[in-house]
Design a protein around this ligand. Structure first.
Ligand code: NAD
Ligand code: DAU
Length: 333
């Protein structure tokens, strides 16, 4: 890897990946292209901002001119840029289609034109939809439930079609729920941690017994780096944490780490079309030698500690997320 373009590199997984990449490839340059939406935050890149191998460009992945400038000289591209929150996609689907479909398309067009050598499209287990028993492998049909997962599925189909039609050396990575430092506090784990720290109610949708598979963010970064190096062109790779838990169980574990009472748990109206369970079979990435290395309890403790120690990072975001939430719930659009 000589020069890697990381789109969405100011978000949660992207910013963790940037630090990881600068460590893993000691000679490589890393360029971040990010629009800095509500979810993008330059503070996530504080640790690398003075690194001479790092460059930041503010811009939209759906804007071809900006993308051309960002891709110039890069031999590899990894596309994290997306609108990512399911609840928001139900309220405001338009941005999801623009970024997750049109943005992906724009990046693919420029990548094939320029002749990028490696391309990883970062996708999600949500494209397969819900599964009551067993697990989806990479050949399973896609059955998305929300505008978010439908838009991600659109991006995946375009990416795979570009691999076939234009021989773009591209892999699609579909991972399960990530958790760790720098996750925006609208998502379950950071929401529960930051609410519990202030003894606020912890809203669990429906009966709270939906199942997600949890993957520590740095384990995902390792899988993605491996795909950039050695993934098979045109292939899809599932990336899971081998850690299925009900939401209420995750919440109880957080409360235990923080020493807070379970009475904070509050059951609220369910998410529309809420997927009951996600589960992936990950033999293909495991055949490359990858395993999820971080046990959930260790990853969760490290994550809780990070939020406890970085209140200055999350408080303004949490307050904004809350205001936004109440405006949407009670103040219309
Ligand atoms: P995030 O919401 O934390 O960050 C998204 C980033 O993309 C932000 O920095 C934002 O500013 C940027 N962005 C949004 N629209 C853009 C645009 N039009 N142009 C340029 N930049 C734009 O997201 P995340 O949780 O880090 O997820 C990253 C990727 O991983 C996404 O593609 C998501 O679908 C996928 N994914 C996430 C998870 C998870 O659990 N978080 C699991 C599986 C897959
Ligand atoms: O599965 C991978 C996906 O994980 C990613 O593709 C998405 O970008 C990411 O947002 C995440 O989607 P989820 O919908 O699974 O994550 P979220 O944190 O929103 O919710 C996790 C579970 O917790 C889900 O069953 C809904 C539930 N939940 C969530 C929130 C925010 C609650 O019960 N209460 C809440 O307040």
């Amino acid at each position: 890897m000589n020069k890697i373009l990381v789109t969405g590199g100011a978000g949660f997984i992207g910013s963790n990946f940037v630090s990881y990449a600068l460590e893993r490839w000691r000679e490589a340059e890393v360029v971040v292209l990010d629009k800095l939406t509500y979810a993008g935050n330059l503070a996530n890149l504080d640790a690398v901002k003075y690194d001479p191998r790092f460059t930041f460009i503010r811009g939209d992945v759906a804007d071809e001119g900006t993308v051309r400038r960002a891709v110039e000289g890069c031999d590899a591209v990894i596309n994290f840029a997306a609108e990512t929150h399911v609840d928001r996609s139900i309220l405001f689907p338009r941005e999801f289609v623009f970024t997750d479909v049109v943005g992906t398309f724009t990046l693919l067009e420029v990548a094939r034109d320029v002749g990028v050598e490696r391309f990883v499209q970062v996708s999600t287990d949500e494209v397969y939809g819900s599964i009551e028993e067993g697990a989806f492998d990479e050949l399973a049909a896609l059955n998305p439930s929300s505008p978010y997962s439908a838009s991600k599925a659109g991006g995946d189909f375009l990416a795979l079609a570009y691999a076939k039609s234009f021989e773009l050396p591209l892999m699609v990575a579909r991972s399960t729920n990530n958790y760790g430092p720098y996750q925006y506090p609208e998502k379950l784990i950071p929401l529960i941690i930051t609410n519990a720290l202030e003894d606020r109610p912890l809203p669990l949708y429906g009966d709270g017994r939906q199942v997600r598979d949890w993957l520590y963010v740095l384990d995902n970064c390792e899988a993605l780096a491996l795909l950039l190096e050695r993934g098979e062109a045109g292939a899809v790779y599932n990336v899971g944490g081998d850690c299925e838990l009900e939401n209420v169980d995750v919440t109880r574990r957080i409360l235990k780490v923080l020493g807070k009472p379970e009475e904070l748990i509050t059951y609220v109206k369910d998410r529309p079309a809420h997927d009951r369970r996600y589960a992936l079979s990950c033999e293909r990435i495991k055949a490359l030698g990858w395993r999820p290395a971080t046990p959930f309890d260790a990853g969760l403790e490290a994550t809780v500690r990070w939020y406890v120690e970085n209140e200055g990072w999350w408080r303004p975001l949490r307050d904004a997320a809350f205001e936004d939430y109440y405006r949407r719930q009670y103040g219309g659009r």
